[in-house]
Design a protein around this ligand. Structure first.
Ligand code: SAH
Length: 349
């Protein structure tokens, strides 16, 4: 149920909380305490906020919302230490979040929108259509929930769940700032990766603002004919426009941008495609993540081992500036792999 008379505090930055505390007759120091309780300690029950007066705890209970998600379903993989969470939001919509533990790494893949408007033909979320942007609180609460639920400390966050983060730019950056803040999650900026399908004006903004979070761009094709087909956004901002921007960035800056390339059988996995891709990235200081496709919706298939190996061999032979990495998705037995996040039960109904 939406409690409209209450103010949603989850998602507010430190200064906003300080301002709100002052506006209700408290000191601005209370805002710092609230920030720590919510984000560093992950507490959303005012009764547990021990250094805050009884009176103000009562006021918080009456007048504020400190938690935006309810767990609907939790699914654990039998194959890996991967857990998928389905959360229900105040307006009865659903989002998914995935936690992946591998040795010392604990990566959480979070959603930034309900559905997605980009409509990549191979992506399950794209097939849902777009519903709405998530609030800062709804983005941050995903990580808070996982941190409270899984003992392994979170080491990395990736905005690679449902949605296009750069179409919810301000809130995504705010949430990433909370993850980075020492009184929040205290994660280094290089441990926070924002992945975009290629919203060029926002890539420019990100670069101009000198944001230090990691940037990943979903390239997924080596030429515009293929990219136009699988990612309609390419008709607006094509490969050359994106590469030009990234080249300038890599000259200005020592940080590496990451390109993601989802490898799909007979779509973008030929030796010619590998040569084109090597050509495109030649001389750019970047990382290339090859992601064998997770079969989910539509006609797309994962390439066989042989063509994957030939593709990689060509990239390695022609390697110039870029680093290559193959990323096998985790949690496929629970449909928690890249691009598989979609609330299936809803579709089944
Ligand atoms: N909209 C953003 C972030 C969400 S998708 C973006 O496009 O980057 C995160 C990554 O998963 C993207 O690189 C996307 O190309 C990839 N992806 C989508 N569906 C996939 C699938 N079925 N198998 C493997 N990767 C997929």
């Amino acid at each position: 149920m939406l409690q409209q008379s209450k103010i949603v505090l989850k998602g507010m930055m430190q200064q906003e909380l300080q301002g709100w505390c002052k506006s209700v007759g408290e000191t601005s120091f209370r805002g710092i305490q609230l920030f720590e309780w919510m984000y560093k300690k992950g507490v959303s029950d005012p009764n547990l906020m021990l250094n805050i007066s009884h009176k103000f705890r009562g006021f918080l209970k009456e007048n504020s919302i400190l938690s935006t998600l309810k767990l609907e379903l939790k699914t654990e993989s039998q194959l890996e230490q991967t857990t998928k969470y389905l959360f229900k939001l105040a307006d009865n919509q659903f989002i998914e979040t995935v936690s992946m533990v591998m040795e010392n790494r604990h990566t959480v893949c979070i959603s930034s929108q309900i559905g997605c408007s980009i409509d990549c033909d191979f992506c399950a979320t794209g097939k849902m259509g777009f519903n709405r942007n998530l609030s800062v609180g709804e983005i941050v609460d995903q990580l808070i929930y996982v941190r409270n639920n899984i003992a392994n400390p979170i080491t990395n966050v990736v905005y690679m769940g449902m949605g296009e983060p750069f179409l919810n730019y301000e809130r995504v950056i705010k949430s990433a700032e909370i993850f980075h803040n020492p009184l929040g999650f205290n994660l280094g900026r290089h441990r926070i990766t924002i992945s975009t399908a290629g919203i060029l004006p926002k890539i420019k903004q990100f670069i101009n603002e000198e944001q230090k979070f990691k940037l990943a761009i979903s390239l997924n094709a080596s030429n515009n004919i293929t990219r136009d087909k699988i990612m309609p956004i390419n008709k607006k901002w094509n490969i050359q426009k994106i590469i030009k921007e990234v080249k300038q960035f890599s000259l200005l800056n020592r940080r590496r941008i990451m390109f993601e390339y989802v490898l799909m059988k007979e779509i973008n996995d030929s030796p010619e495609n590998a040569i084109e891709l090597a050509e495109l990235l030649s001389g750019i200081n970047c990382k290339l993540n090859i992601i064998p496709y997770n079969e989910s919706v539509g006609i797309y298939k994962r390439p066989d081992e042989k063509s994957l190996n030939i593709f990689l061999k060509i990239l390695h032979e022609r390697q110039n500036g870029y680093r290559i990495l193959v990323r096998w998705s985790k949690g496929q037995d629970i449909a928690a792999g890249c691009g598989q996040l979609v609330y299936k039960e809803k579709i089944a109904n």
